[in-house]
Design a protein around this ligand. Structure first.
Ligand code: FAD
Length: 465
């Protein structure tokens, strides 16, 4: 294998498994500190779209399978695959905004914070991910449950076009006129996509004039009553809103009062993405109707929260440089039952940093309204995400056991999963269960058509952590 030849025709950097610095690089490429024991043979940190083409042609010629990294935020470290050529897109971060057309052409590795700042400066917005460091690359491919995903829909529905390097080593444009089936797949295929997206063209939205948030902190003991009530008001909140129940570490001011619930508190958080203060306060006023309101430990009402400020919540709940196990399920089960089960497990969580997120669909139709026909095709009335979050390697076994038990207890409530945050390594069937059956079948047929020799790693693989 002529690695030197590859290095001479790319502007980026090629690192082989035997080079000094390989192991540091391998670890740095993955955001989760629980780095999988999987070892690419070569890492190509591309600097240009042309580098991607060269690297794909090199992989083909050398019969190497290709894995891709955008921002490295996949919880299961999907980019690390044994014996592969890992194509790291992390240096591709350019953004070009066309204000008149309300579109942005972005390179894949731009982060949520960076894109949002540039757009906000021009009065524009996009449903970027909830944490500032998540890159658009894999987030968009997964579907992209970003801020205001009820109102603006999952972000993949706002992809208007893309540049894709296909398995034959060609750079093609995918839009409604050409390669429309590739565009269909990009809108939700997730980490099983059979090509490399080097540019997205995104549809943008005007920034809502009064993005506003209220938070209520309840004892974990009240979670089932709070859950049943929250389900009853979700449909009356604006579609342009988020309503979420968190089981989260209690803030220092409430730590003492939450000791009996293993340090966790139940937060009801609602954000209205509306244009006026009065619309926001009217909508969020619904949160005062909770039948156990008298048990509320603390509340923060009607705070102005531009998207950049909303990222602070993300940063707090998903701390950097921690070890994570994550899983998700879409559910139509009664929230009180689901949250009751979850509570039993949080009461004995080994790590006080762990987190659960129960996000309701808001607005009259909820997420049960039919989706446009794209690869992204799984939804339900609520999305539950459960994370074990801890710091020390010596706590791996206890947290892994707790997370597995918790997810096993929750699984009967699932109608499906979200490919972007499900543990498709532990349970490969979760990839298929992240799609409607017909959409999954079409994805497999397109994979066969665009990548008949299996150059790209797919959803399924004998992966292990
Ligand atoms: C702190 C945190 C917060 C998050 N918040 C949200 C959220 O609010 N909403 C949400 O929906 N998800 C969220 N996620 C999940 C996120 O969508 C996924 O982790 C996503 O993979 C991140 O994109 P990435 O480019 O960093 O992925 P990477 O880890 O770099 O890539 C994962 C896989 O995606 C594929 N891929 C990525 N980019 C490309 C590309 N350009 N072309 C072809 N294939 C590609 C490859 O198969 C790759 O191996 C969050 C994750 C974290 C860690």
């Amino acid at each position: 294998m002529e690695v030197k030849a590859l290095q001479s025709c790319v502007e980026g950097k090629v690192t082989t498994a035997t080079d000094a610095g390989y192991e540091n690089l391998r670890r740095e490429l993955i955001w989760n500190q629980l780095t999988p024991a999987r070892y690419p043979q070569l890492v190509v940190q591309v600097a240009t779209e042309h580098d991607v083409v060269e690297a794909v042609r090199f992989a083909r010629a050398n019969r190497l399978k290709i894995a891709v990294r955008g921002g490295g935020h996949s919880w299961v470290g999907f980019a690390l695959r044994d014996d592969s050529l890992l194509l790291d897109l992390g240096r591709l971060t350019q953004v070009s905004i066309d204000h008149a057309a309300r579109t942005a052409a972005i390179q894949p590795a731009v982060t949520a914070r960076d894109l949002n700042r540039r757009l906000a400066a021009q009065g524009l917005a996009f449903p970027v991910g909830h944490c500032p460091t998540v890159s658009l690359s894999g987030f968009l491919l997964n579907g992209g449950l970003g801020w205001n995903f009820n109102g603006w829909k999952p972000a993949c529905f706002s992809i208007e076009a893309a540049h894709v390097v296909t398995a034959d080593g060609n750079l093609v444009v995918a839009n409604e006129q050409q390669n429309a089936d590739l565009l269909w797949a990009i809108r939700g295929a997730g980490p099983g996509f059979f090509g490399i997206v080097t540019q997205y063209v995104l549809k943008l939205y005007p920034v809502p004039g009064a993005i506003t948030t209220s938070n209520y902190y309840y004892p974990l003991q009240c979670a089932t009553e709070v859950g049943a009530w929250a389900a009853s008001i979700a449909g009356r909140l604006p579609k342009e809103g988020e309503l979420t129940i968190f089981f989260a570490p209690a803030p220092p001011t409430l730590a003492e009062r939450c000791r009996s619930s293993n340090g966790f508190v139940c937060i009801v958080s609602a954000t209205a993405f509306v244009d006026t203060k009065s619309e926001a306060t009217a909508a969020l006023g619904l949160l005062e109707s909770c039948p156990v309101a008298h048990t509320c430990l603390e509340k923060e009402l009607n705070r102005p929260t531009p998207i950049d400020a909303l990222f602070d919540l993300g940063n707090m709940l998903w701390p950097e440089r921690h070890r994570y196990l994550a899983d998700t399920l879409w559910s139509n089960s009664p929230p009180a039952t689901v949250l009751g089960t979850l509570r039993e497990h949080f009461l004995r969580a080994p790590s006080a940093k762990s987190l659960a997120v129960f996000a309701f669909s808001t607005g009259a139709e909820g997420n049960t309204a039919p989706l446009p026909d794209e690869a992204f095709s799984m939804t339900a009335r609520a999305l539950l995400l459960c994370y074990a979050i801890w710091e020390r390697p010596e706590d791996d076994a206890a947290n892994a056991a707790w997370h597995r038990e918790t997810i096993t207890a929750l699984d009967p409530f699932a109608v499906g999963h979200y490919v972007g945050e499900s543990d498709i390594v532990a349970d490969a069937a979760r990839a298929q269960r992240s799609f409607a059956n017909a959409n999954w079948q079409r994805l497999q047929a397109l994979r066969q058509q665009y990548d008949p020799e299996g150059l790209f790693h797919g959803h399924f693989s004998a992966l292990k952590l």
